[in-house]
Design a protein around this ligand. Structure first.
Ligand SMILES: [Zn+2]
Length: 153
């Protein structure tokens, strides 16, 4: 399984997972292999060519957790700016401003509905991955000032 880098594909919106069947469980296993191989902090299904609302997040204790049909229920008012990379855009690092806290609802691999609070790095990763499900990429956060700097460099 390879990480997709073609922007036209990555710009598409992903569809909800309707049933957590064997094909979804296989997909999760394959994505875990990819994230381990690439040493990624997170991975979204469209990055491996599947337009389904499924992402993986690597937690700070190194555990890789699948989030199926993730929805952000709440965002904290505090934001910070951190430089992010993306396995699909290997040559880009972009400063991205995001809330430092989010509350997320998702299905786990058994189909249980879970709500959890994420902060710091984990909050950032899940927001980056959910962006992928909507066809949004880190390059969309490049400020006009940085774009102009790039042109004149
Ligand atoms: Zn990414």
């Amino acid at each position: 399984m390879e990480v997709r880098k073609d922007l036209k594909f990555l710009r598409q919106k992903s569809e909800p997972v309707l049933e957590i069947d064997g094909s979804i469980r296989d997909l999760v296993d394959q994505m875990v292999d990819v994230i381990d191989l690439e040493r990624g902090a997170g991975l979204a299904a469209p990055q491996v060519g599947v337009l389904k609302r499924l992402v993986l997040v690597r937690f700070e204790d190194n555990e890789i957790v699948p989030f199926i049909n993730p929805i952000i229920l709440e965002r904290g008012s505090e934001k910070d700016i951190v430089e992010e990379g993306c396995l699909s855009l290997p040559d880009q690092l972009v400063n991205v401003k995001r809330p430092t806290y989010v509350r997320v609802r998702f299905l786990d691999i058994e189909g249980n509905t879970i709500e959890c609070d994420l902060e710091g790095l984990e909050a950032r990763i899940i927001q980056h991955e959910i962006d992928h499900l909507n066809g949004t990429l880190i390059i969309d956060y490049i400020s006009l000032v940085d774009k102009i700097k790039k042109i004149f460099n």
